[in-house]
Ligand binder design. Structure first.
Ligand code: TIU
Length: 228
């Protein structure tokens, strides 16, 4: 038995036991002032609208006993996993590795690199540290999904057109079916949010499905999941 969510461009069907909630990069460095996102010139308040609906989805996955995976973008302290092309890109007010108010920018182990308190991982939930925008590049994400028998991903987090898109594109090419939750993904740019979501579902769902969390939550109750 499968569960079905009304989505764009059509129904998204999935088996709860082989589906993971993936929460991309809900880190202080992107969602709070004084972090990487703000050093790039962005208004981080736009990303914070994602937090309440994503908390509800995270709670639903936990209460149904389903797989939850968090990711964090960042680099080892000596920056040996940060390509010069990434380090030197643009004119940020602080570069990756520079000391900022929340610790060294986008460096693993620093306060700013960690996930915001509202969505803090529970013990036992996988946290994937990634050096790039995509979740598969340079990580164990793919092997962890295979080990758990996961075939479908409910993808959330930030930012829609950067790390969410890269991850969904990588996942789609690897055969995963991805549902992207529109209100649980966020961008610093409203126009990129709209276009980013539209690109996923266009052309018959060229690399995934899109739905609001309100379409998923009613089918994710423990009773619905147990009966599926
Ligand atoms: N800058 C921006 O929009 N995003 C990133 O740098 N990383 C993620 O999307 N996580």
């Amino acid at each position: 038995m499968t569960l079905t969510v009304e989505a764009d461009p059509g129904p998204f069907t999935f088996d709860a036991a082989t589906t993971a909630l993936v929460i991309i990069d809900m880190q202080r460095d992107f969602c709070e002032p004084d972090g990487f996102g703000e050093t790039l010139g962005n208004d981080v308040s736009l990303l914070r609208t994602v937090i309440p609906p994503l908390q509800a989805v995270l709670t639903a996955f936990r209460e149904a006993g389903l797989t939850v995976i968090h990711t964090r973008e960042g680099h080892v302290p000596d920056l040996s996993d940060c390509p010069p092309a990434k380090l030197n890109r643009g004119e940020p007010s602080l570069r990756i590795g520079d000391p900022g108010p929340k610790g060294r920018i986008l460096v693993r182990g620093e306060y700013g690199h960690d996930i915001i308190d509202e969505l803090a991982p529970l013990p036992g939930e996988l946290v994937v540290d990634k050096p790039g925008k995509g979740s598969f590049h340079g990580t164990t994400f793919g092997t962890e999904l295979e080990a758990r028998g996961i075939t479908s991903l409910v993808v959330t987090g930030v930012t829609t057109e950067v790390c969410v898109h890269t991850t969904v594109r990588e996942a789609n090419d690897r055969g995963y079916e991805c549902l992207v939750l529109s209100d649980c993904t966020g961008s610093y740019f409203p126009e990129f949010q709209a276009a980013g979501l539209a690109m996923i579902a266009a052309q018959g769902g060229i690399f995934g499905w899109v739905a609001p969390s309100s379409a998923l939550l009613p089918v994710l109750t423990p009773a619905e999941v147990a009966a599926s």
